[in-house]
Design a protein around this ligand. Sequence first.
Ligand code: 5AD
Ligand code: SF4
Length: 468
Amino acid sequence: MSNPKVHLRSFGCQMNKLDSNLVENAFASAGYKLTDTASEADAVLINTCSVRGGAEERVFSLLGQLKHIKESRPEIVVAVFGCMAQRLGAELLNHEAVNIVCAPAQIPQLVDMVADTLESKVGSIAVTENIRSRPQPELSERLDDFELAYDRPQERLPSQAFVRIMRGCNNFCTYCIVPYVRGPETSRPPSAIIAQIKKLAASGVKQVTLLGQTVNSYRYETGENSYGLAELLEMVSEIDGIEWIRFVTGHPKDFDEKIFRAMAKLPKVCPYLHVPAQSGSDRILKAMNRGYTSSDYISLIEKAKAIVPGIAIAGDFIVGFPGETDEDFATTVELVKKVEYKNCFVFKYSPRPGTRADEKLGDTVPAEIKKQRNIELLAVQEKISLKLNEALVGAKVKVLVEGLSKKSHLNRAENSGLPQLIARTATDRIVVFNGHIELAGRFCHVQITKVSALTLFGELLDRLTRII
Ligand code: 5AD
Ligand code: SF4
């Protein structure tokens, strides 16, 4: 088959977006054509997420649609990769629509697996047998090589790239599936990370986001040298061409003051911290096995705010964890008010098979209460976000432009005739303003004129509104 067409769908977190980007580039390099239409593809690839039941349901519904398409085009090859592939393994291969199952640690094999199935029509599976055993060094090296070979600047987010600094997780929060699908925590060698970022910078990347489940527990030892996240931030800061550095996600129990001091000292490191609290109740935090109390968390945030001027904090919360009472939830609301997050992601507890919470605690909070708590917590946060944003009216801010805004109805191109662009500040606030599309992927300065809880609206200050 010459230049077969491949269609990719991606669910889940930044880690998955990064894997999808690598996989897409690997297929393009192997001569495949990318298509946005599943029904005209020769192979459909689905990168899946297992963190909540809803994400898995969406994949099953897509598989249902593909089964339908396969009734008229049975030759289409469907490959499921990512977390569901590792979690469900052979069970997924039994699904009528699925031909290939490939776990996250095996993605370097995906191109060959698809090519073989397109030719032989025989399905295949590649997953890790004992996911919690130490990953074999050859497997890690293969993943590193794959990453280095196929990492490219994001097409959809010009001048930006995500770079994995570690894989897996050892924390075993009782609700979480990640340690069972992504395996033990391993930190990539700083030399591989730096080589990759230098390559990205040479191809025009200006902002890198360092990725890991708990980036602040990054640790790599070579002989006498030991590198943590603070040292890594220093090293990345020295790379010419990189102007902004971010890192996600942090775990509250592993923050070393050195990281905050590095953030304060290094101008390229954005003053932004995503550090999920999950709950404000000490009883629930203990049941979640989070390793800190709400007062530990608040002290940590106070320390970050004291050391890093203007730092913006983002958080995650789970509502309706088994046994969560109205009083427990009230302490979560209190914590949110105290921290004054820039924004929060709120999730309804979703029992995950095989996790300790699911096996020992069940799912005791009714769906309706989870929903109410979710709405209430988001409403509390919305007021805080609006208040923090209102203080920014009139401010002149530096932004990195992402591209055209998707919600142009919010701020029409009054008079200017220029399209509406979407950009982000160093503190990860969304800014919308009218400007030339060729500003995408560039830094510029904007004055904030009005705000909502989620968005800042502004006017371009740089005179360079036309690029010729
Ligand atoms: N149910 C609901 N939310 C969850 N998260 C992780 N596991 C679950 C679960 N079982 C949330 C946490 C985490 C984010 C990525 O997803 O808040 O920080
Ligand atoms: Fe899951 Fe906890 Fe690891 Fe985050 S730190 S990936 S919530 S187990």
